[in-house]
Ligand binder design. Structure first.
Ligand SMILES: C[S@@+](CC[C@H](N)C(=O)[O-])C[C@H]1O[C@@H](n2cnc3c(N)ncnc32)[C@H](O)[C@@H]1O
Length: 176
């Protein structure tokens, strides 16, 4: 079985040169580590100190990661660069406190800010879970109505009940 995290990494690999990437939820650092290995610069957000520390440990051999111990809703306070690739792996820290989780409001509000600072060609990937129906439904609603200048894909596993799914926003043929 292929994990969605592996699938989106394959998709990101096909993007080409990445100057600025953002891991909006760095958690245990696997996505940040991957992005650090293929990008010039990576910003890694998390609201939990444990997550920031775990990610710092995992990426200790890279000097291109900027850690931001803050809610990703404040992205505009930290980033002025144009963004090439943005990843949200939503939900809670694996093996962590399940009550500290992404929320509909911060995910949506930060995504609206992200869309305003995308580079001419860009990719935004969200892994979405069913255990937060408000976040899931509002995201589907919002992304279904994004300006058609951007392409929005949903990748779902039809034969696995309640499995997570991907929403991929591609700007200027980023997937070509
Ligand atoms: C599923 S984990 C991310 C997994 C991670 N990308 C990895 O590769 O290990 C979700 C993370 O989102 C963080 N988080 C929740 N709400 C957040 C917010 N508003 N801003 C930033 N991080 C948040 C949680 O603390 C948790 O560590």
């Amino acid at each position: 079985m292929i994990y969605l995290t592996d699938l989106y990494k394959q998709i990101i690999k096909s993007f080409g040169k990445i100057d600025n990437a953002v891991d909006m939820t760095c958690g245990n650092g696997k996505d940040t580590l991957f992005l650090a290995s293929i990008s010039k610069k990576v910003y890694a957000f998390d609201i939990q100190e444990t997550a920031i520390k775990n990610t710092q440990t995992l990426t200790k051999n890279y000097d291109n990661v900027e850690f931001i111990f803050d809610n990703h809703i404040n992205i505009d306070k930290y980033i002025t660069d144009k963004l090439d690739v943005v990843v949200y792996n939503l939900g809670y820290l694996p093996n962590g406190n399940k009550s500290i989780t992404t929320s509909a409001s911060s995910t949506l509000d930060s995504l609206k800010k992200v869309l305003k600072i995308l580079n001419d060609k860009a990719l935004v990937i969200l892994e979405v879970y069913h255990h937060n129906p408000e976040e899931k439904n509002k995201l589907i609603d919002f992304t279904s109505n994004i300006d058609s200048e951007l392409d929005v894909f949903k990748i779902d596993m039809l034969n696995k009940v309640n499995s997570p799914f991907l929403i991929i926003i591609s700007k200027k043929n980023a997937l070509k």
